[in-house]
Design a protein around this ligand. Structure first.
Ligand SMILES: [Zn+2]
Ligand SMILES: [Zn+2]
Length: 280
């Protein structure tokens, strides 16, 4: 039963895009990535059994597009068993209410992310003064007020399992947000990193537009705890992933990923942490 839900009062369409917008990548037979404007969503599961979940829920106003992508990939009237949120920023929950209303499916997020998803607490305001380019400067227009998903959102199980993703475990990777999670599958070392780290310098409009592929820390303008953000990246690097898909930017594989993560850990303050800004 779908209960009352509403977006935050500052929810709105954000006019930004990238060359990746509207394109999908089959990362693995059971992992499909799709980009809405400047953010990725993931479909995880076997297209043959049509047993799958949606990880994250795109930009504001992207519901129609997400539904049509899912139906073209899995078949008419197919829908995910659940929506798993890496965190609740506006660009990861943009279509979630329409999707839940259409399919009546549960949403899961980390317990510490719940207040931002049940209308209780706003995220810290985006920081347009942070070191970075045009996207950082325009971030003052990004919504930060909490969405209210009411009883439709549930905390992830405390044993680390992920509903409807039987081989994955969630890993608490705070810093970008308090309840940020990444998802990891041991057998092929696949990592869905959310915004714990990303593969495009998300603060710079031209790099976002062209999707220049390079490792970066979490998007600066919305990251409020840099100490935890660094610890989270160390935790993820220690998993030695062979494939990483991130909230922003294209997938990164193999040796490039290993070397890039090593570089990010060793030079975190230079690569990731802004030289100035409200939260440093
Ligand atoms: Zn984020
Ligand atoms: Zn994001």
């Amino acid at each position: 039963m779908v209960k009352q839900m509403n977006y935050g009062s500052d929810y709105k369409y954000i006019p930004v895009t990238s060359i990746g917008s509207g394109t999908g990548i089959g990362v693995l037979p059971d992992l499909f990535s799709y980009t809405t404007q400047i953010v990725n969503i993931y479909l995880v599961g076997d297209p043959k059994t049509r047993d799958f979940v949606l990880v994250d829920a795109g930009m504001p106003n992207s519901a129609k597009e997400i539904i049509s992508v899912i139906e073209s990939f899995f078949g008419k009237n197919c829908y995910p068993k659940a929506i798993i949120l890496t965190h609740g920023h506006f660009d990861h929950i943009g279509a979630v209410i329409e999707l839940v209303k259409r399919w009546d499916i549960p949403v899961y997020a980390h317990e510490l992310e719940m207040p931002f998803l049940t209308g209780e607490i706003s995220y810290p305001k985006p920081d347009p003064t942070v070191e970075g380019g045009m996207v950082a400067k325009m971030s003052s227009m990004f919504p930060n007020k909490p969405i209210n998903l009411g009883k439709n959102v549930n905390p992830l199980p405390s044993n680390g399992s992920v509903p409807h993703m039987p081989e994955f475990k969630w890993i608490h990777t705070p810093g970008h947000t308090p309840g940020h999670v990444s998802l990891f599958r041991e057998k092929d070392r696949v990592l869905i990193a959310g915004d714990a780290f990303v593969t495009v310098k998300q603060e710079y409009l031209y790099r976002v537009l062209t999707q220049k592929h390079e490792i970066s820390g979490p998007p600066r303008y919305l990251t409020s705890d840099w100490k935890s953000a660094k610890e989270s990246i160390i935790k993820l690097a220690a998993l030695n992933p062979t494939i990483a898909v991130t909230g922003h930017g294209s997938p990164m594989y193999g040796e490039l990923l290993t070397k890039s993560l090593e570089k990010l850990v060793e030079n975190f303050d230079e690569i990731a942490k802004p030289a100035y800004g409200r939260y440093v």
